[in-house]
Design a protein around this ligand. Structure first.
Ligand SMILES: [Zn+2]
Length: 317
């Protein structure tokens, strides 16, 4: 059977439990050598009827889900893969309500699934930005609608940030690589912004920002710094932060349309999701498909875990 191209084909393709299993197995162990996630022994026997392996090294059994974002999930791989396909490819994301209706799982399960998929979507590459072209740097204030939150979430939201209930995200865009990176920051003070840039951007890079004073140290550190004054101009030739502005509007549109009341507590994961889609969008030089995005996220399930307790803030509410 041909690999799926559209959502409808993906539903048919992964609706077959055996095929979903083989596909996920191939992604997890591309060379076909199944190794134990506990002791790394590759000596094992496969129990076909239960789709699990018995490890000859540690004498324990393991499934495909152990050591991945699927760990301890009772939900079938077919549903997981559908959810991966949808979240990696729907431009503005999907809500837990939509996923609950599409897959026939509870809304609570759907919410938990979406957060675990975002965990797999997180870009963990650490190469420096600005080696091949200029970098745009900007911050966005994202305001949750605290009126729509239940009390515990509202209190947590206020406690987490002192900026009138708004969370701050810092974003960097490498124009040459066409990649964005985001980081939640507690405030926009010079030291905070400096720390992010020195960690993420290569020495001597060119950085474009607005003319906020928290960037006035850049030249001293050896960067080439060009600014636009947003009161009088938005663009001066190549000097602008429109790429980051564009990303913020995508992020905000997703948050407003699909995710009605996002707590700042979870905002970094929503940003990860938008970064994934942005960094893996199809361009002329890199014509990525829906299946490419799906496969990429699915190939990052190993070694990432997110428990319900971590997600809900250790017993709050
Ligand atoms: Zn083992």
């Amino acid at each position: 059977m041909k690999k799926p191209v559209t959502l409808q084909q993906a539903i048919v393709y992964f609706g077959d439990a055996e095929r979903a299993f083989e596909y996920a197995k191939w992604l997890r162990w591309p060379d076909g050598k199944v190794t134990c996630p506990r002791c790394e022994s590759d000596s094992n026997s496969f129990v076909k009827t239960r789709r699990l392996w018995f490890c000859n090294g540690c004498k324990k059994q393991f499934t495909l889900k152990v050591g991945t974002v699927f760990e301890d999930s009772p939900i079938g791989l077919d549903k997981w893969m559908m959810a991966f396909w949808m979240l990696t490819n729907c431009k503005n994301g999907i809500s837990s309500y939509e996923l609950h209706r599409s897959l026939g799982v509870s809304q609570k399960s759907a919410w938990f699934m979406l957060h675990r998929i975002r965990e797999a979507m997180r870009d963990e590459r650490t190469h420096k930005f600005g080696e091949g072209g200029p970098v745009e740097s900007d911050e966005a204030f994202i305001g949750p609608n605290t009126k729509k939150m239940h009390r515990g979430a509202r209190l947590r939201s206020i406690e987490l940030n002192k900026h009138q209930g708004r969370a701050i995200v810092m974003g960097l865009l490498d124009r040459e690589l066409r990649q964005v990176r985001t980081k939640m920051i507690p405030n926009v003070k010079r030291e905070v912004v400096q720390d992010v840039i020195l960690n993420q951007v290569g020495k001597n890079a060119t950085i474009y920002t607005d003319n906020a004073p928290n960037y006035d140290w850049l030249k001293k550190e050896g960067f080439v710094h060009e600014t636009v004054n947003h009161v009088t101009e938005y663009v001066r030739g190549q000097v602008h932060t429109n790429g980051m502005e564009n990303f913020w509007s995508l992020l905000k549109r997703g948050l407003k349309g699909t995710y009605v009341a996002v707590e700042p507590f979870h905002l970094d994961r929503y940003a990860d999701e938008q970064v994934f889609r942005y960094n893996n969008r199809a361009t002329k030089d890199n014509p990525l498909t829906d299946e490419d995005r799906f496969t990429l996220a699915m190939s990052q399930i190993v070694g990432r875990r997110l428990t319900y307790t971590q997600l809900t803030g250790q017993g709050a509410d």
